[in-house]
Design a protein around this ligand. Structure first.
Ligand SMILES: [Zn+2]
Length: 260
């Protein structure tokens, strides 16, 4: 009896969260070990992180960095798909029976429509990640609106629904960008832990540096690299060993995944 309770209790606790209005969540500083980058690159990453933190504090209903810190859940996000590695990522997620959030690039969908449909049908959340990964700050208001609409239409053609979650490429935003996203009734979803999966190729090192920093309510940025495929099993096992439940971003933020 005692041993089965010991097994079940952490799982039960992981699902229980204190009720808290999402706009009153403490907002996390954006973290993620960038020591492998050059000094110049570190400075530019840090300045985007600082700007994003400031936006999330100033416009908390629009710009999201993290979920409820009182809740032992985290969200894995997988950007830049759909692509060659999406099926491999889906296989790993299925093996561990966990759900993730895929922020997809509109122009990639035509070549990988089937695997996008599979991701959606398997219960993963699909968010939008622009048409062709341009920095949203460099687009005019009309260009930005076209980009958002074109991406929404492409996703809707594939899976039949329009995402409520939009992740601007590079997480680079300004007030004009957030205003247009607000007008489209979508949430601007950034991240609180940047895994650096494109830089750190050794899966053991990468998993360790994520797991030593991870906080409750974390939104974790990953991509579609081979290093992402390699680290994903270690990361899921490590998160579960720390009693974290894995949630999709909409579950973590207690918002709708798709427009009504
Ligand atoms: Zn991206």
């Amino acid at each position: 009896m005692r041993s089965s309770l010991t097994l079940i209790l952490p799982l039960l606790l992981a699902g229980i969260c204190q009720v808290q209005l999402q706009s009153t969540y403490p907002i996390y500083q954006i973290i993620g070990d960038i020591s492998a980058l050059s000094e110049d690159a570190q400075a530019s990453v840090q300045s985007v992180r600082d700007e994003d933190f400031e936006f999330a504090q100033r416009r908390p209903d629009s710009v999201k960095i993290n979920g409820n810190p009182d809740c032992n859940r985290v969200a894995i996000t997988l950007d830049e798909g759909p692509g060659e590695n999406t099926q491999k990522l889906l296989d790993i997620l299925e093996q561990y029976q966990v759900k993730a959030t895929f922020f997809v690039v509109g122009s990639h969908i035509a070549d990988y429509k089937d695997v996008l449909i599979k991701a959606y049908e398997q219960g993963h959340t699909i968010g939008a990640h622009s048409w062709d990964h341009r920095d949203y700050r460099t687009l005019s208001e009309d260009e930005l609106q076209d980009d958002i609409s074109k991406t929404e239409n492409e996703i809707k053609d594939a899976i039949g629904v329009v995402p409520n979650l939009v992740r601007p490429p590079y997480a680079t935003i300004n007030d004009a960008v957030v205003d247009v996203l607000d007008k489209n009734n979508v949430k601007t979803i950034l991240w609180s832990l940047d895994s650096q999966d494109g830089v750190v190729k050794d899966p053991q090192t990468l998993a360790e540096q994520i797991l030593k920093e991870v906080r409750p309510g974390e939104i974790i940025l990953l991509h579609h690299y081979q290093s992402t495929v390699d680290v994903l099993p270690l990361l899921i096992e490590g998160l579960q060993a720390q009693q974290f439940a894995l949630a999709t971003v909409d579950q973590l933020l207690e918002i709708e995944a798709y427009k009504q």
